[in-house]
Design a protein around this ligand. Sequence first.
Ligand SMILES: Cc1cc2nc3c(=O)[nH]c(=O)nc-3n(C[C@H](O)[C@H](O)[C@H](O)COP(=O)(O)O)c2cc1C
Length: 346
Amino acid sequence: MYKFIRDILFQFDPENVHHFSMNAFQYACKIPFFKKIIQQQYCIEHPSLEKNVFGLHFKNPVGLGAGFDKNALYLNELEALGFGFVEIGTVTPKSQQGNDQPRLFRLPKDKALINRMGFNNDGVETIAARLYNRKSTINSPLIIGGNIGKNKTTPNDEAWKDYVICFSGLFDAVDYFVVNVSSPNTPGLRELQEKDSLKKILSELQNINHSKNKKKPLLLKIAPDLSQEQLDDIVDLSVEIKLDGLVATNTTIDRSGLLTPESRIQTIGAGGLSGKPLQQRSKEVVQYLYQQTHQQIPIIASGGIFTGADAKEQLNAGASLIQVWTGFIYEGPGIVKNICKALIID
Ligand SMILES: Cc1cc2nc3c(=O)[nH]c(=O)nc-3n(C[C@H](O)[C@H](O)[C@H](O)COP(=O)(O)O)c2cc1C
């Protein structure tokens, strides 16, 4: 059924389809009983799916990656689709438009996407207010991650201030934080993955964290394009700063091995590639980090997860939790249930 709907949706611009589908779904969820029916259809519960990771209780290990619900607009609807957790953002201090459209492209032959969104978001104040409002009106067990970044116009040597603003602004609104220094779509951002810059950002955030009554888990999201040396630096720093977890990985700038014709890839241009072509590299990074951290730091796997078998591979590689994004577009609303069904141990 979803394959049929997907074929129709794939005739239209990806970003418009994204907004149209989520708004239509949100509207439908306002119809009495519709949301209940969706929940009955898509949510799955089983004790073997439950996980305690970095001090939080997850009803299942399948989350939605950052960038899907950047502005925390659709949390109730995503919860109805069974997600164990949703990562909002990337949130920046000031709202920004992101790059010019078109900036999101499908590569159906590769089951992939290329995006150069550029952190389009409503800004920390608006998003925090939205989250506080939700908290005060409903009692929901959905775990929410806050993925934070810097504004495009902030120079790298002042980037840490942007992370501090977002961390402070969202502190009581989210359950865990992810520092995003790995998006390829904000010029110079990935340079912040170098040890000194990263140390400055993470230690400033941990200082604030330690001053609070109850700390929030602090995670770092990394690019799949890092060298082994850079990964080793990340491992050292994670131990030094006492990070609570790592998210591996963001999208890649690599374009090798694609089935989509080279001319099409050239026409699309710059951006981060996600989906199936990222799966292997993402798994390698998860495995490497798991070994090098001596299994001491929980890892969220992100990259090319479409099925239960994909999820199992990432969990076997050392991940504690997994996130989907491109898989959600290609597999449809049943993705969480299908993955969870494969993970249940009786
Ligand atoms: C359109 C789009 C927008 C994204 N925006 C963000 C973002 O704002 N912040 C972030 O950390 N990751 C972002 N990502 C990366 C995803 O969270 C995920 O890490 C990546 O796509 C790999 O997973 P996948 O292969 O399952 O899609 C985005 C991905 C896509 C496709």
